[in-house]
Design a binder for this molecule. Structure first.
Ligand code: FE2
Ligand code: FE2
Length: 325
């Protein structure tokens, strides 16, 4: 924390002038809505276990399900630390409140999932090295913009797609009824990125914008490679990886659209400055990459070079995933 200029009097003084801006009100609303929608994790989990009995995973799906749950568990812990860090470092009071509310939610997400795993009574497998590397890079980056993009846009949209897929697969009844609670909170968390990132992005210079693009390219490459090592686990529990990727892309496209709609204009700023440097996987090469990784007609129908390239990528990803773990 910067102690020299503390307390930051401008927080109160500037905010009085800015108050009329509805964007700030909406950002602050994330905190109040979060407060109204707080659910008691102990009560919900105990209630579901009383209703369905102690959770048990089907034997043939156990290993894959635990692999996926491990990603979610450590993802929630990282989200907790990252949102607490954002709460401390963001300067605007309204965005600070939204991040604080998120940190409170993520703490609940982590302990409830930990308690659920304890109720399962199965040892939780370790996190793969690629996922670990990605979460660490978001935890460690000193850049607020990288942190917000990494957490709010990339990680949260992937997590939402996994929550949705797991709930739809009907893997285990306690989990199936628990996950919609998570989904509702996570959908709100994306709002901080949507409403706050445009102000930060429109202030970046060309070098910083290039840095933001580089960070996303690296993060997306790690996410795709980590996904490669998980595809079989998703299929085993009944989640279609292509459907999941399509859902993630749809969410990210909506985020970009909402950001443009929220964008502050005027002061010589153009609307698209608000998403400057932000990659939207629904555009450009995104759909081609999706079809390459998840061919619509299945991999067996693809030419030999395509199958070789994919299996090589998967092999390299698996080696890296172990080496980095
Ligand atoms: Fe969460
Ligand atoms: Fe979240």
């Amino acid at each position: 924390m910067k102690t020299k200029n503390w307390p930051p009097y401008q927080l109160v003084e500037e905010q009085l002038i800015d108050r009329a801006q509805s964007r700030l009100d909406k950002l602050e609303r994330l905190y109040h809505v979060g407060q109204n929608n707080i659910w008691d994790g102990r009560e919900v989990l105990d209630g579901l276990i009383a209703k369905h009995g102690p959770p048990r995973l089907p034997n043939d799906k156990k290993e894959s399900a635990l692999k996926i749950l491990s990603v979610l568990l450590w993802g929630e812990l990282a989200a907790w630390a990252i949102s607490a860090d954002l709460a401390e470092r963001i300067d605007d009071v309204e965005a600070k409140m939204a991040a604080t509310s998120q940190a409170h939610d993520e703490a609940r997400h982590f302990y409830v999932l930990r308690d659920y795993l304890r109720a399962l009574g199965e040892p939780v497998p370790r996190l793969g090295g690629l996922g670990r590397r990605l979460l660490l890079s978001i935890l460690d980056t000193p850049s607020l913009v990288h942190k917000l993009i990494g957490m709010q846009l990339l990680t949260e949209s992937n997590a939402l797609a996994i929550f949705r897929g797991l709930a739809e697969s009907g893997l285990e009844p306690v989990l199936t009824e628990l996950l919609p609670y998570y989904e509702k909170d996570e959908a709100r968390h994306v709002g901080l990125g949507v409403m706050y990132l445009p102000r930060l992005l429109s202030k970046l210079n060309a070098r910083e914008t290039a840095g933001v693009i580089g960070f996303q390219v690296r993060s997306i490459a790690i996410l795709m490679s980590a996904g490669m090592t998980m595809h079989q686990h998703f299929r085993t529990v009944g989640i279609d990886p292509r459907k999941m990727a399509e859902y993630t892309i749809k969410l990210q496209n909506e985020v970009t659209r909402d950001m443009l709609a929220e964008a502050p204009i005027g002061n010589g700023k153009r609307r698209r400055d608000a998403v400057r440097g932000l990659l939207n996987p629904a555009q450009g090469y995104g759909p081609k990459i999706l079809d390459f990784i998840h061919p619509p007609k299945g991999i067996a129908a693809m030419p030999a070079w395509h199958r070789t390239a994919l299996s090589t990528w998967k092999r390299v990803a698996t080696i890296a995933d172990r080496a980095l773990a």
